[in-house]
Design a protein around this ligand. Structure first.
Ligand SMILES: Nc1ncnc2c1ncn2[C@@H]1O[C@H](COP(=O)(O)OP(=O)(O)OP(=O)(O)O)[C@@H](O)[C@H]1O
Ligand SMILES: [Mg+2]
Length: 233
């Protein structure tokens, strides 16, 4: 059984339809990449999985069970955790407090404060620092760490590296390697095509709300990806 299945998803904002008949399957333990230009629908897709948006038709299934009727908080308790775009942390709380908030209503599992500090050692010396003072990379590490504190089975990360320096991105991906290496299932939205092609087991490319290309990176040509990304035919 697949961990996550989307079938015929048509999410929108009021009259505006952002996703059109999107179907995809994410297997347990896999790193699944979602690619696409600005406005392609990547964040909408993650929000639909996390329960922040609803599709009026189609199905979202987690471990084979339909979940589209469940609110976001219930999905967290099932093991679905979203690191939203813009790495939103609680600015007035310290790093440590942010992580503690992430543990609220947590599932049982291997992730706790020690493990998060272990995977993101840069957070250790920042423990008592107010989150608003963190750099972009530090905030991203904290946002991912906070999501891990709920012990998810499915970690959704929207824009891992947007606006970050190459060396910071490298460190984040190294840490993420430890997360995926532990067997975590991860759906990554990433603008950096090269990066995602390196880490993902499979990728899906969205173009104007539709899945136009899907497969393991090694089976996709640069030409196919460029065409799918920019809509060049
Ligand atoms: N709150 C909203 N209200 C109305 N339309 C929205 C809203 N959020 C997103 N959209 C529209 O839905 C479409 C998909 O947006 P989405 O944020 O999912 O794209 P994206 O692929 O994440 O883009 P980006 O790479 O810029 O983050 C876009 O056309 C966008 O303008
Ligand atoms: Mg987005």
């Amino acid at each position: 059984m697949s961990l996550l299945e989307l079938e015929g998803i048509n999410t929108g904002y009021g009259d505006f339809q952002a996703l059109f008949d999107v179907s995809l399957v994410v297997e347990e333990g896999e790193t699944f990449g979602v690619l696409g230009a600005n406005g392609a629908g990547k964040s909408t897709l993650l929000k639909t999985v996390a329960g922040l948006l609803r599709s009026p038709s189609g199905q979202v299934r987690f471990e084979g069970k339909p979940i589209e009727h469940l609110p976001a908080q219930k999905r967290v308790t099932l093991g679905i955790s979203l690191v939203p775009e813009g790495r939103r942390v609680f600015p007035s709380l310290t790093v440590h407090e942010n992580l503690q908030v992430g543990a609220h209503g947590r599932r049982r599992g291997p992730w706790d404060l020690d493990r998060v500090y272990d995977v993101f050692p840069l957070l250790v010396k920042l423990k008592s620092k107010q989150a608003s003072y963190l750099s972009g990379g530090e905030q991203q590490a904290l946002a991912i760490g906070r999501a891990l504190m709920s012990n998810p089975r499915l970690l959704l990360i929207d824009e891992v590296s947007l606006g970050l320096a190459p060396v910071v991105i490298r460190d984040l991906y190294e840490a993420l390697g430890e997360v995926t290496g532990s067997g975590m299932t991860v759906v990554l939205v990433e603008q950096d095509i090269r990066q995602i092609m390196e880490v993902a087991d499979r990728v899906s490319c969205l173009l104007e709300g539709r899945v136009v290309l899907e497969g393991p990176p090694r089976e996709l040509t640069r030409g196919q990806i460029t065409a799918a990304y920019f809509g060049v035919r």
